[in-house]
Design a protein around this ligand. Structure first.
Ligand code: ATP
Length: 588
């Protein structure tokens, strides 16, 4: 298939803001190749702006300098002109498109630009490392440009910069695949939550049809989407909802999914993934070591929380301390020494070839206990099974004094599977903050910025923040955040946000308020407010409580970054509505 076919689909997608239309365009595209499993797999990844699933962290983003040189070589437009266009627009896609429209260089030797050629070239480029690789990358890239139309060049350049920005969420691709193969999107979503590799799911659908979906199994080395909690504001309410249940400490750390398996070439392998499916194995060599010693079976997938501890007191520290692990090698060594971590496992999803996610909670806990030898760094989460609110309250108080942020109640009924990727009532959290005015902090995605004045001139004075609406797959404005930032934080705004700046309101953003700058929703911040109010200017939960009104957070304060969260992990609109209702209930 010619690359022009997908470039054409992408430009139609860019012209619409309607998710239904985007889905239709994708269905049309996927249907053309639904019987060619390998091509379909590649097209799905390209449409995600990737070459492989997220968790394989195959980074495409090449340095702008290299890309600009290749655009110049491929088009024959002078490096100075290309540089000027880049300074003017800051958009590689635009520069490439314009350069190819003004192409001065043609040669007799041109190869057809097929999807496979583009994919293979990009893959080739992503794999090149070491000395001389820059030159080879530039050659591959210049060749591609040479044979592409302005339109095609635009999307290839955006792929290279790691920012395709079609505004297509995974859910839209899931929906399109479901329609292409004639099933409900929920069925594809279940497979995706267990095995979040959309290209691979498309491949299986093409090879084996719908039955293939049921054969998709979880696999050590492929992280699953994490199961999440609902919240309630009183322990008796929780017991009413779940009956007798298991209360567990809610540790305040970094969610870690540990995958352990045996590789004949290298022996036992341990890999750690965050909730964002990011592979963070390299940041926790100490955890790998203790886990190898504690795990007494051959293969498994364990879910837990990694918590920094004070080396002097053994007490748990605020979870932000884990971020020291993100530094360079020498900083990492220091962080391991200064901020050691413990891991508290709370679930076991796979053990020695057996998939456990559909077994009840209590059975999974037994399996968890059977595969770990507890040490001073590896623990099983503290738990108590009861239906007595007083005992639950004592357990909650104990969790706080042990340094946790609350407790999580988990269903122990026969029907209590591990629901990958879902936020449901099987797990319900109860936190200390629920006793303050606004029940909890919320995690919001940044969608806009307002130019700063006075001391903040030259940076952003306030940020427009949004919740995530899971139903509509959009980000809805909920507050303008301007306080709680220290000078260091303010100074880092540009480097943190400029790369996400876009000219128009992003496709998935719903906002009546118009900021000075729009940002693609990528960065998530934790925010604490005084109260949730109705608001005619914000779009969060618009019309849900009162016609023409959305919800807004009053007196918001920045609490911290949520680097562990992606935009779709931000507090949902649904949660905001229930927080508002909880607040009303308390006032009654
Ligand atoms: P919060 O901001 O309150 O931590 P969240 O949005 O990150 O919430 P939730 O699903 O609401 O995520 O809460 C579950 C989180 O609590 C998990 O993602 C995990 O990181 C953490 N956690 C700590 N202890 C446990 C436990 N015993 N069982 C399950 N999750 C736990």
């Amino acid at each position: 298939m010619d690359y022009s076919v997908i470039a054409e689909a992408y430009s139609r997608i860019e012209e619409t803001r309607k998710r239904l239309e985007m889905t239709e365009i994708l269905v049309e595209l996927f249907s053309k190749v639904k019987d060619d499993s390998d091509l379909l797999r590649r097209i799905v990844y390209l449409t995600q702006g990737q070459l492989s699933p997220d968790y394989q962290s195959m980074v495409l983003g090449v340095a702008n300098k290299l890309a600009l040189k290749a655009i110049s070589r491929g088009s024959g437009v002078s490096p100075e002109t290309i540089e000027n266009w880049w300074i003017e627009t800051g958009d590689l896609g635009f520069v490439a498109e314009r350069a190819m429209a003004n192409k001065t260089q043609t040669s007799l030797f041109s190869e057809p630009l097929t999807v496979n050629r583009v994919f293979d070239s990009l893959m080739n480029m992503a794999m090149k490392e070491g000395s001389g690789s820059q030159k080879t990358k530039q050659d591959i890239f210049a060749n591609l440009f040479h044979d592409s139309s302005p339109h095609e060049a635009k999307y290839i350049a955006r792929m290279l910069s790691g920012k395709l920005r079609l505004g297509i969420a995974d859910m839209t691709i899931i929906d399109a695949l479901a329609q292409t193969f004639g099933t409900e999107k929920e069925r594809v979503e279940i497979a995706y939550n267990k095995y979040p590799a959309l290209g691979q799911i498309a491949y299986v659908l093409s090879e084996k049809g719908l039955d293939g979906l049921d054969e998709i199994k979880i696999d050590p080395g492929v992280p699953l989407k994490a199961m999440l909690c609902e919240r309630l504001s009183s322990l008796p309410d929780i017991i009413d909802k779940l009956g007798k249940c298991s209360f567990e400490y809610k540790y305040d750390g970094l969610r870690i999914q540990a995958h352990i398996w045996s590789d004949p070439r290298v022996g036992q392998v341990v890999e750690l993934y965050t909730r964002q499916l990011e592979n963070v194995t390299a940041q926790f060599p100490d955890v790998i070591e203790v886990l190898k010693a504690s795990f007494n079976k051959t293969e498994g997938i364990l879910d837990g929380e990694c918590v920094p501890i004070d080396i002097n007191t053994g007490q748990m520290l605020p979870f932000q301390e884990v971020s020291h692990r993100r530094g360079r090698k020498t900083e990492l060594a220091k962080a391991i020494e200064d901020y050691p971590v413990s891991v508290f496992f709370f679930d076991c999803l796979f053990l020695n070839e057996e998939e456990l996610i559909n077994l009840p909670y209590t059975t999974r806990r037994e399996k968890l206990a059977s595969c770990l030898d507890i040490s001073d760094r590896v623990f099983i989460s503290h738990s108590l099974i009861t239906d007595d609110p007083d005992k639950a309250e004592d357990f909650f108080q104990q969790s706080l004094s042990d340094g946790c942020e609350g407790i999580i109640a988990k269903s122990i009924s026969d029907d209590s599977p591990y629901k990958a990727g879902s936020r449901g009532w099987q797990w319900v959290k109860f936190k200390r903050d629920y006793k303050s005015e606004l029940d909890d902090t919320v995690d919001l995605a940044i969608i806009g910025g307002f130019a700063g004045r006075g001391r903040r001139a030259g940076t952003y004075g306030a940020l427009l923040m949004a919740t995530y609406n899971h139903e509509t797959d959009t980000f809805e404005s909920v507050t303008k955040l301007g306080s709680g930032f220290n000078d260091e934080m303010l100074a880092s705004f540009s480097s943190m946000l400029d790369e996400h700046k876009v000219k128009k309101i992003p496709v998935r953003v719903e906002s009546k308020m118009i900021p000075d700058y729009w940002f693609e929703p990528v960065v998530v911040m934790e925010v604490k407010g005084a109260e949730i109010t109705l608001s005619p200017i914000h779009t969060c939960g618009l019309d849900e409580i009162r016609k023409g009104n959305g919800l807004a957070i009053r007196f918001p304060r920045f609490i911290g970054m949520r680097e562990d969260k992606g935009p779709e992990d931000a507090t949902t609109t649904e949660e905001m509505v229930s927080l508002y209702n909880l607040q009303l209930k308390r006032l009654e």
